[in-house]
Write a protein that binds this ligand. Structure first.
Ligand code: SF4
Length: 293
């Protein structure tokens, strides 16, 4: 939601949004996450709102009226949301730059398309990272083919986008991402000094809520989809660990080493706690609420 530092490196000033821009860029979006998505009053959201109902804090220019106070006003959930560039794509490509306030008859379809596009852009984000890994070179052609197919889907008109079988497409891509992870972690294990001989595979969705993993050697492990809510990973070594979809809400990452982790996103970091001594992958930035920055 419109709180992220605006990241223009993937969007030019006259954006070619028909191609891949894979990070939130709120100034290029018609506030879609703030209107299309539902949220329930909780520790993450101060209010309840239904899908398709614009948040009362969304201004007429599609910017957030409490952008600098989201956490103090109880909208922490907005600070951890990432659309992977789906909002700008829907706004300027799928709907050609015509917003839902100017053209209210498009609103419901635009709001339905947004979550579909978000899924596709998230997949593009992971495929792009997989293609950057030399250790996965043997499957680059398959990865590239799925990247091109996913990009093609993102350019479909709204009616066709709503017919995309996202779970099936995601399943196909996930197989390749799993293989990418295995190849990358195996190659890293051979290179890292004293790396664990058999890095633990915690299994998808492992329950590590509140786990005490301070200073743990987690190099090259798989933490795919693990629930690490409020876990203590302070000082842990997570280099080359697969962190795709891991739930980092309130996870203590102070002093942890996350360089060269696989499939870590900015929204995961934004949900966690950390400090200036946490080491990050080069493509990610320190969340504003972390300490000692
Ligand atoms: S408070 Fe409302 S307008 Fe602001 S980022 Fe959250 S959902 Fe969007």
């Amino acid at each position: 939601m419109p709180q992220q530092p605006h990241q223009h490196e993937l969007l030019s000033s006259s954006p070619d949004l028909s191609h891949t821009a894979l990070q939130s860029s709120c100034e290029e979006c018609f506030g879609l996450c703030c209107a299309a998505l539902p949220f329930a009053a909780s520790s993450d959201f101060a209010i309840h709102k239904n899908a398709g109902q614009p948040c009362p804090n969304l201004r007429s220019d599609f910017r957030c009226g409490i952008h600098t106070e989201l956490r103090s006003k109880g909208f922490r959930g907005c600070t951890v949301y990432e659309c992977f560039g789906a909002g700008p794509k829907v706004s300027h490509v799928t709907f050609g730059g015509q917003d839902w306030r100017q053209a209210p008859h498009t609103a419901s379809q635009m709001f339905e398309v947004f979550p579909v596009m978000r899924h596709l852009h998230e997949l593009l984000r992971y495929l792009t990272e997989a293609l950057s890994l030399q250790s996965a070179a043997t499957i680059h052609s398959q990865l590239r083919s799925l990247l091109e197919e996913t990009e093609r889907l993102t350019l479909l008109p709204p009616e066709a986008l709503l017919q995309v079988d996202v779970p099936a497409h995601r399943g196909e891509i996930n197989e390749l991402l799993l293989r990418t992870s295995e190849l990358a972690r195996e190659a890293a294990r051979r290179q890292l000094k004293n790396a664990p001989k058999r890095p633990k595979n915690y299994g998808r969705g492992a329950d590590l809520i509140g786990a005490k993993l301070k200073k743990a050697d987690l190099r090259c492990v798989s933490l795919r989809g693990a629930y690490l809510i409020a876990a203590d990973l302070s000082g842990a070594d997570l280099r080359e660990a697969d962190l795709i979809g891991a739930d980092f809400r309130d996870t203590n990452l102070c002093g942890a080493d996350l360089t060269d982790t696989l499939f870590l996103t900015q929204s995961q970091l934004n949900a966690a706690k950390g400090d200036a001594s946490t080491k990050l992958p080069a493509a990610l930035t320190y969340p504003a609420h972390w300490t000692g920055l």
